[in-house]
Design a protein around this ligand. Structure first.
Ligand SMILES: Cc1ncc(COP(=O)(O)O)c(C=O)c1O
Length: 393
């Protein structure tokens, strides 16, 4: 038998991708499965963005490698986007693009984390953070939040988690999986705390444009010069422009950090696929109407499905403010059905009700399940109906 690396043996598979794979397998056996497991918008990438990529392929610009950190025009596009949505612009040497925000997170951990460095992660957290940190010999330090405090960390909790090894704090607002958003005041307090203790802030802003019912996304990096210098912003086009398949992510940070991440990119992927870079330039700087149309569709789904989901016996759900997930607490539901393990409970829902959700276990939330509402209303309504029948049986 092949001896696999310790690194891979200690790694967890992404629970979201695993859940989706199992749902697809059942579907291929002819089972009627409603898939609410994957975190991706169900829309086709807007045509003007497609066209920009096609043009770059046909005129030959997409045939070649680019600079590892990305086309200068893409960095300018990110700067323009930041001017529009963050209220400040950035220089080219403050931007590095790469193969999805997911890989950019990996590259930045590789560039910044040394063995034993601690990264504070409020839970529930997006599934890949902890494993990517561990792959780079860092130590995730979890700080638990729950429905009771609207899934938000307090300064006292952060202070209790801080040690002399604390290198970075991870902030994901709006959050996957909870949909929670920190307010300006909360972010100011957290930002000043990080500055005071020289802890880097990693702001994963990927859901920043997907906020609903008047909620506001405030980028922590926009709050003050000092906080901005302390912050590394990760963002991408996947969720905002329905471009998950294009794999475009980027980091905005101090030139020194950007240069270090670019070095990792240059020795791993060389550069983000060139045609995808042209598509991203158009996405970031072209017409933004489709973003608002998609946002409104998500908002309608949220407002329609939330009251229905709240009626499912044993499901306690906080109404999300952003992203596109419900994250109900199913402790009571598990008790009613005789389960103690949320992953087994999620599997039962898949096998018996034909609804694919994701276990909260991988998000550091053993009493919750994640249900994506980035799919059409009919499917969502039917899924909730099936959950209700499953719980009432
Ligand atoms: C919180 C969060 N960050 C980053 C990503 C990665 O996005 P991508 O690699 O598609 O740019 C995701 C995707 O699910 C996410 O939910």
């Amino acid at each position: 038998m092949v001896k696999l690396s310790r690194r891979v043996l200690e790694m967890e598979e992404s629970v979201t991708l695993a859940a989706s794979a199992r749902a697809k397998e059942l579907k291929s056996q002819g089972r009627d499965i409603l898939e609410l497991s994957v975190g991706q918008p169900d829309f086709i990438t807007p045509k003007h963005i497609q066209d920009a990529a096609i043009k770059s392929i046909q005129d030959g610009s997409a045939s070649f490698y680019t600079v590892a950190s990305g086309l200068p025009e893409l960095k300018d596009a990110v700067s323009q986007y930041f001017e529009n949505f963050y209220g400040y612009s950035v220089e080219r040497n403050q931007v590095v693009a790469g193969t999805g925000a997911k890989f950019m997170l990996y590259a930045l951990f590789a560039a910044l984390i040394d063995s034993g460095d601690e990264v504070i992660i409020p839970t529930p957290f997006w599934v890949s953070y902890a494993d990517q940190i561990k792959m780079n010999e860092g130590v995730p330090v979890f700080v638990t939040t729950s429905e009771d405090n609207h899934f938000k960390v307090s300064l006292d909790q952060l202070e209790a988690a801080r040690t002399d090894k604390s290198k970075m704090l991870l902030l994901n607002s709006p959050s996957n999986p909870t949909g929670m958003i920190y307010s300006k005041e909360e972010l100011e307090a957290i930002g000043n705390w990080a500055v005071e203790h020289d802890i880097l802030i990693l702001a994963d802003d990927i859901y920043g444009r997907l906020v609903y019912n008047g909620a506001e996304f405030v980028p922590i990096s926009s709050l003050s010069e000092t906080i901005r210098k302390q912050t590394i912003v990760v963002n991408g086009v996947s969720k905002t422009y329905s471009m998950t398949g294009w794999r475009v992510g980027y980091v905005v940070a101090d030139p020194e950090i950007v240069a270090a991440i670019s070095k990792i990119v240059s020795q791993t992927t060389s550069n983000l696929t060139t045609a995808a870079q042209y598509a991203a330039i158009e996405a970031l700087t072209g017409a933004q109407d489709s973003v608002e149309e998609m946002r409104q569709a998500f908002e309608e789904r949220l407002n329609t499905v939330y009251p229905l989901l709240a009626e499912v016996p044993g499901f306690d759900v906080v109404k999300p403010q952003g992203a596109f997930y419900f994250f109900p607490n199913v402790k009571k539901a598990m008790e009613m059905k005789g389960y103690t393990d949320v992953t087994a409970f999620t599997t039962a829902i898949l096998e018996e009700a034909g609804v694919a959700l994701v276990t909260g276990a991988g998000f550091g939330a053993p009493e919750n399940v994640r249900m994506s509402y980035a799919t059409d209303l009919d499917t969502l309504k039917e899924a909730v109906r099936r959950l209700k029948v499953f719980m009432e049986n």
